[in-house]
Design a protein around this ligand. Structure first.
Ligand SMILES: NC(=O)c1ccc[n+]([C@@H]2O[C@H](COP(=O)([O-])OP(=O)(O)OC[C@H]3O[C@@H](n4cnc5c(N)ncnc54)[C@H](OP(=O)(O)O)[C@@H]3O)[C@@H](O)[C@H]2O)c1
Length: 241
């Protein structure tokens, strides 16, 4: 049985980079679980690059999906790292247009899923008195962009949960950290029109969108640095300044 690093949304842009980074930086010591929801082809292609990796399909907004992921991981070993990366940002609705269905969709994936995955995976980690959870938040947890009300709320709440779990799990040997990316080149941002992209770039001190690998480096740092707990690491090129 081996130590496993679980990357939710490993079929997406940031998740794929995180999965590859964990394998490379751990010298293969951590077996990588690549979770996906709908994009099996992408998950398979990431797994093909990573010796020993395995893929698991699950809708994490649903309790059965989260249980399926945990069961699949326990069948292969013990979870050492959980990267709660799966997330959705759409639909983009101005504040006066927010729909209850959008709230359920975004909160289900971005908040309910990581909350209960943290609870269930941390129970396993606490048994071995070792483990780390990295929650992927967003610069938008602290910044108003038209159309991002529910997304912003989901990520701000995820950061609050990060602090809470870090406080309660630290004494049990489990660390919890958040990484908050700025605008990163992935499928999530690919549909932003060029005019809007230019406006966003002006807001970033470094003047550019970031790469998934830049986020993955910080996720790895959070996994590796044994004195990091409860922090939110911004990887946003200076969008908060
Ligand atoms: N890109 C950015 O600029 C940016 C900035 C700040 C924060 N983030 C955060 O970074 C994380 C990754 O984003 P990304 O840019 O890599 O997006 P992405 O390429 O669109 O990937 C999103 C991932 O989430 C998975 N997913 C979506 N709904 C799911 C559900 N209900 N259950 C399980 N998995 C689900 C997708 O799975 P399938 O494709 O297999 O369905 C996919 O693997 C998200 O949490 C996002 O909020 C992104």
């Amino acid at each position: 049985m081996s130590d496993i690093a679980v990357v939710t949304g490993g079929s997406g842009g940031i998740g794929a980079a995180v999965a590859r980074m964990i394998h490379e930086k751990s010298d293969g010591q951590l077996k990588v679980c690549i979770h996906y929801n709908g994009n099996e082809a992408a998950a398979k292609s990431v797994a093909a690059d990573i010796p020993g990796a395995f893929i698991v399909k699950a809708d994490l907004a649903a309790a059965e999906g989260r249980k399926a992921l945990l069961d699949a991981v326990l069948a292969q070993g013990s979870p050492y790292a959980l990267v709660n990366n799966a997330g959705v940002d759409k639909p983009h609705e101005p504040a006066l247009m927010v729909e209850e269905a959008s709230f359920d969709k975004i909160m289900g994936t971005n908040l309910r899923a990581p909350l209960f995955l943290m609870r269930d995976f941390a129970r396993e980690m606490v048994r071995g008195e070792a483990g780390v959870i990295v929650n992927v938040s967003s610069v938008l947890a602290r910044k108003a962009v038209v159309g991002s009300a529910v997304y912003r709320a989901s990520k701000a709440a995820l950061e609050a949960l990060t602090a809470q779990f870090a406080q309660e799990l630290g004494p049990k040997g489990v660390r919890v950290v958040a990484v908050a990316p700025g605008f990163i080149e992935t499928a999530m941002t690919a549909s932003i029109p060029e005019e809007q992209r230019a406006g966003i770039r002006k807001d970033v001190a470094l003047g550019a969108f970031g790469s998934p690998e830049a986020v993955a480096e910080s996720v790895w740092h959070a996994i590796e640095n044994q004195y990091l707990n409860g922090a939110v690491i911004a990887v946003d090129g200076g969008m908060q300044l």
